[in-house]
Each structure stands twice: as structure tokens, then as C-alpha cells.
Design a protein around this ligand. Structure first.
Ligand code: C2O
Ligand code: CU
Ligand code: CU
Length: 468
């Protein structure tokens, strides 16, 4: 793939048309097969009145995986095409699935016109494999990763992490799920196969040709429409069964407030760092960029043609319609007992360090400097990190190199929510909130703490530290 400048906003006009109903059959025929094949035409014509099948990204192993980040054309559903930047020409990228103890050997090739490097968000790996912006490779360059998966089952994800271009590269489509499995999870017999579905939720805006349009604003990119697994107006046909949804907020800046249109609860079983100690029933969940959820939803009573909508009640969006097939199958049960034993970290009551997320660009008054190491952390020592802000939230605070446990939130929303228990690597800091976490690093190396509101990150709300 030759590196070239191919900005999705200015790309080739491959888009077919927003209002499919307005397209006559003759027009469709005249467009030729580069745009719409005759077989696609009926599907396109129905696109305004029907929803599009949710894309399920292909599953790959991290062993000997080649990942190429490059421009291409994505089908957003119903024949609506957009230029995009993609891993292996998929939007979102393939779902990487690995077992604890397994080895990842991944060759990244940069087919973009910008520097890039891929970070495995949530993976606890050494510096050389962490995708730090210092490791970014130029257009045409490549980077070889080789690490062992040494952490519990969870949903992580991967995305670019070059200095100052992360927001743009993630926006144009470079993101994918990275699922880890282990024996503890397997013993629970959770819904699997077609009953375990990744939901990568993000927002986007479109230009008049229907291509993804990025407007970088210092206050963060907020899009006009949702995409779930890269699909507009998605639906998923569901049997009478319990489903497991692996949810990622893949937005640049938007905080989601997830709920089912029926008012039924989700059974929350996990988050960023894997399973929670026990399942909890929740009807609405606030999910910041880069946070993840492991949810069970019970469709055993959903009849044929009945449907339930997954909604973002913050934006008033219908995200995915779950459409009943009426098919009765042998379903996994909803676990009622303990899921996992989580050993609480114990550490100092007073903050070891305080991080003030200042304005939209600084931590503790300082802009990110890729060459500066701001502090050192002793290996194997539990520290209390305090996050606070003087405004301009949301600041989803993310730490590389370890998972942490949220201890408290004071001010603002004033509580730790059920989805913030267990192990986390990203926590939402709202205006006038102070959040304390306990964290221990078990690997030496150079890591990052930053805001995952990607405009803030790119503008300098990021800091290097060294575990020594
Ligand atoms: Cu998801 Cu440092 O990033
Ligand atoms: Cu990360
Ligand atoms: Cu921020």
C-alpha cells in the first residue's frame, strides 16, 4: 500500500447518495458497478426505511498478525460509502482475540500520510510494545510488536497514538477491539459465538458527499450521528437468548449515556479491566471515551418482530435495534453468584501524587513534551493518585502500564458508580470532581497518563512517567 495523502474529507467521490429513495433505478444503472452493483440497488432503495445489519468485525489471532493502517473506502451500511483510514481495510479493525499467557507478534505497517504507531489500550506490556508516541513510524514505515499477554480476561482495544494526531486517526476509523480470555471467564459459560457481540460506539459527522468529516476543535470533536461497529442505523437480529455485549466508547470526546429503550436493565458483569466481583443490574450507564463495559441483555422473552433499542439518552440517539427472530435456542444463563475475586489494593490514605487537568491542554500546568519525563514511580508500590480539574471536562483520565482501582469521587457526581468498580484503566473526571485511585506498576518502563478526550490529549494534556 503506497503511502499517500488521502484525507477522507477530500477524498474521491464514491458516495452514493444520502436519500436513497430519491435515486431512480435509471440513475443507479447509469452510475455503473463502481458505485452500486445491480444486486445492491434494492438494498440501497430500502435503506431509508430499514436499518442496516450491524457489522461484526472479523476475528483474528495476534500471533503472526499483520496490521496495515491505510486509507480506503468503508461501507457504513445500506451502500453508504465513505473514505476512511482503516486497519486491514476494515472499519472498525478486526477483533483481535488472545488468551492469557499467549504471545502477540504483530507487524504494523503505516500506510498513512502521517506518522503513526498503534497502542494496545488496556494491555499491560513493556515500553517497547506500548505504542508510545516516541515509537511512531513515518509513512511507509513499520513496527514489530512481540509481547506475552499477562493479564486477566477483558475487553481492550487498539488505536493509533502518534503525537498530536491521535484524535484525527481514531476519528477516521483506526480502532479495533482486543479481547482477552482466560480460564476464570471460561468457567462462567457466558454467552459465546454469535451471542457475544462487540459494540464499538462512536459519533461522526459527514460532508455533503457522505464522507466522514473531521472538525478538530480544541473543545473536542462532537459528531452529529452515531456509528456502531462502523454501521449507521444498525440492527442486530437476536434469538430468544441472553446476549453478551462488549461495549467500547470509541468517540473522540462524547460521553455516552446508555440505556435500553424498553427501560429494562442491563446486567453489568465487567468493565475495562475485566470481570467485576459480582453482576449488578443497572438501567443507565455513563460511559466516557475509551471506557469499556461487559453487559448481558436478556432477550429470552423477545418475540418475533418485537424489538428493543439500545439508546444514548444523552444525545437522544437510537444506537442499535435488537430485533427479535422469535427463535428459541438453548441460552446461557445470567450468572447470579460471584464472577471473580478481586483483591482490593491497599495503599496510602493521602495522595501520593495529584494531577490537575488544567484547561484543555495541560496537566499540572504543563503541556506534554515528548522528550520530558515528568515523574518517576517506584516499581511494585501501591500509590494513591488524585485527579482533579478546574473545568473543561469531560476528562477521561487514562493510565498506561497498569490497571487501577477507583477509591472515591468527591464533588460533581460525588460517587463511584457500579461500572467503576474492579479494575479500570480509564476513569471519567467531570467538572469540579476529584477522583482518587490506587495503582501499582509491576513493570519498569516509560508510560503515559493522559486525558482520553482526544483533542485534549493531542493538545498536550498528557505526561510521561518512568517506572523505576
Ligand atoms: Cu487509548 Cu494512551 O490511549
Ligand atoms: Cu492506553
Ligand atoms: Cu481532558
Amino acid at each position: 500500500m503506497s503511502p499517500r495523502l488521502d484525507s477522507p474529507g477530500l477524498g474521491r467521490r464514491e458516495f452514493v447518495g444520502l436519500t436513497a429513495a430519491s435515486l431512480s433505478a435509471a440513475w443507479l444503472a447509469a452510475c455503473g458497478r463502481d458505485l452500486v452493483s445491480p444486486a445492491d440497488a434494492p438494498r440501497l432503495a430500502r435503506a431509508t426505511s430499514t436499518r442496516n445489519p450491524l457489522r461484526i468485525p472479523s476475528v483474528v489471532s495476534p500471533s503472526g498478525l499483520t496490521l496495515t493502517a491505510a486509507p480506503g473506502t468503508a461501507d457504513l451500511g445500506g451502500g453508504q460509502r465513505s473514505t476512511a483510514w482503516m486497519y486491514n481495510n476494515q472499519f472498525p479493525g478486526p477483533t483481535i482475540v488472545a488468551n492469557t499467557g499467549g504471545r502477540a507478534t504483530i507487524q504494523l505497517t503505516n500506510g498513512l500520510s502521517q506518522h503513526s504507531i498503534t497502542h494496545w489500550h488496556g494491555m499491560i506490556v513493556d515500553y517497547a510494545d506500548d505504542g508510545h508516541p516516541r515509537q511512531a513510524v513515518p509513512p511507509g514505515g513499520s513496527y514489530a510488536y512481540d509481547f506475552t499477554v499477562a493479564q486477566r480476561a477483558c475487553l481492550n482495544w487498539y488505536h493509533p497514538h502518534p503525537h498530536m494526531h491521535t484524535g484525527e486517526q481514531v476519528y477516521y476509523g483506526l480502532a479495533g477491539a482486543f479481547i482477552l480470555r482466560d480460564a476464570e471467564e471460561a468457567a462462567l459459560n457466558l454467552p459465546a459465538g454469535a451471542y457475544e457481540v462487540p459494540l464499538i460506539i462512536r459519533d461522526a459527522s459527514f460532508d455533503s458527499a457522505g464522507n466522514l468529516k473531521f472538525g478538530s476543535k480544541s473543545s473536542g470533536f462532537i459528531g452529529t450521528d452515531p456509528l456502531v461497529n462502523g454501521t449507521r442505523n444498525a440492527f442486530l437480529a437476536v434469538n430468544k437468548a441472553v446476549y453478551r455485549f462488549r461495549v467500547l466508547n470509541g468517540c473522540n470526546a462524547r460521553v455516552l449515556r446508555l440505556a435500553l429503550g424498553s427501560g429494562a436493565p442491563f446486567t453489568l458483569i465487567g468493565n475495562d479491566g475485566g470481570l467485576l466481583a459480582a453482576p449488578t443490574s443497572v438501567t443507565q450507564i455513563t460511559l466516557a471515551p475509551a471506557e469499556r463495559l461487559d453487559l448481558l441483555v436478556d432477550f429470552r422473552a423477545l418475540g418475533q418482530n418485537a424489538s428493543v433499542m439500545l439508546r444514548d439518552v444523552g444525545a437522544g440517539w437510537d444506537l442499535v435495534e435488537f430485533r427479535g427472530t422469535g427463535a428459541v435456542v438453548t441460552s446461557a444463563a445470567i450468572p447470579v453468584g460471584p464472577l471473580s475475586s478481586i483483591t482490593p489494593l491497599s495503599g496510602p490514605a493521602a495522595p501520593t501524587r495529584t494531577f490537575s487537568f488544567d484547561g484543555m491542554t495541560r496537566i499540572n500546568g504543563r503541556l506534554y513534551d515528548i522528550n520530558r519525563i515528568d515523574f518517576q514511580v517506584p516499581l511494585g508500590t501501591v500509590e494513591r493518585w488524585r485527579f482533579r480539574t478546574n473545568g473543561n471536562a469531560p476528562h477521561p483520565v487514562h493510565v498506561h502500564g497498569a490497571s487501577f482501582q477507583v477509591q472515591s469521587r468527591t464533588g460533581g457526581r460525588g460517587q463511584v458508580f457500579p461500572w467503576e468498580r474492579g479494575w479500570k484503566d480509564t476513569v471519567l473526571l467531570g467538572d469540579s470532581e476529584t477522583v482518587d485511585v490506587l495503582v501499582r506498576f509491576d513493570r519498569r518502563g516509560l508510560y503515559l497518563i493522559h486525558c482520553h478526550q482526544l483533542a485534549h490529549e493531542d493538545q498536550g494534556m498528557m505526561s510521561n512517567f518512568q517506572v523505576v
